[in-house]
Design a protein around this ligand. Sequence first.
Ligand code: ADP
Ligand code: MG
Length: 297
Amino acid sequence: MSIKVISVSKNYSNQKALKEVAFSADKGDVIGFLGPNGAGKSTMMKILTGFIKPNSGEVFVNEIDVLKEPLKAQKTIGYLPEHNPLYADMYVREYLQFQALIFKVDKSQIEICIKKVGLEEEAHKKIHQLSKGYQQRVGLAAAILHNPSVLILDEPTTGLDPNQLVEIRELIKELGKEKTVLFSTHIMQEVEAVCNRVIIIKKGEILIDKKLSELKQNNQQTIEVTFDVKVDEPLFKKLPNVITCKNNDGFTWQITFESKEDMRPKIFDFAQENRLKILELNSKNKNLETLFREVTI
Ligand code: ADP
Ligand code: MG
């Protein structure tokens, strides 16, 4: 197991930032750690990387107890903190050499990492001369210098323009091929673009922890249909796989089915059999964005 978090709670004075958080990650996981501002994402990441201690709970990275052996654990973790603190006056290579020294990494790794994050053209410049997107690449290069197997990235795409955003997402995806990645974001589409798993956190509690494919493979579908006359609920019992039906005024109904099959043709047949005319018919299937809004508001 690359990451194992067991019942972690963290309070800042009397404010509860994390409440018995538990999750684990395996090799090959690229996890979107999704939640609104103040949800506890950065706090969880600082605990995972051994920079702050929880009030209770246990944290293991690559089977190493982070609370007992933070330095040993940090050798296997690449961490890009929120706001990516860099030394703006340093040259890119100079900064990476400095980082290599700290991590006792062979200097040969520097050019390898520059190449991995696509910094070749910019590596001769000072950090403050780079765009925000390229500065993020410097942060990523520094995070992977010691070839960690677990990458923890705290809002790596915040503040990037749309092109940079796409590039950094691609880079994270690429890095995810050989590492376990946990990255935080408050953008649902980002999770869809990059991850195979999503953990949704709100007010310090995990609300959803699922494979993206599971979330997408939701077998429920809701169809909104308007008839030309008022319809009574018992009539819908004739339809197969109905879970709920809600009506606004007797004319318009939202019918939720448990079925993989598209139920719209069944509703047409149903209307015909019962001599009803359909005035309008819409599929109201929830996408991930709707789901995220529902669970985080
Ligand atoms: P996120 O990264 O999801 O935006 P954080 O982990 O930064 O959330 O914060 C979670 C909660 O803990 C917030 O309410 C925040 O105000 C509070 N918090 C974070 N760091 C501190 C701190 N050093 N001292 C006091 N409160 C903090
Ligand atoms: Mg944060």
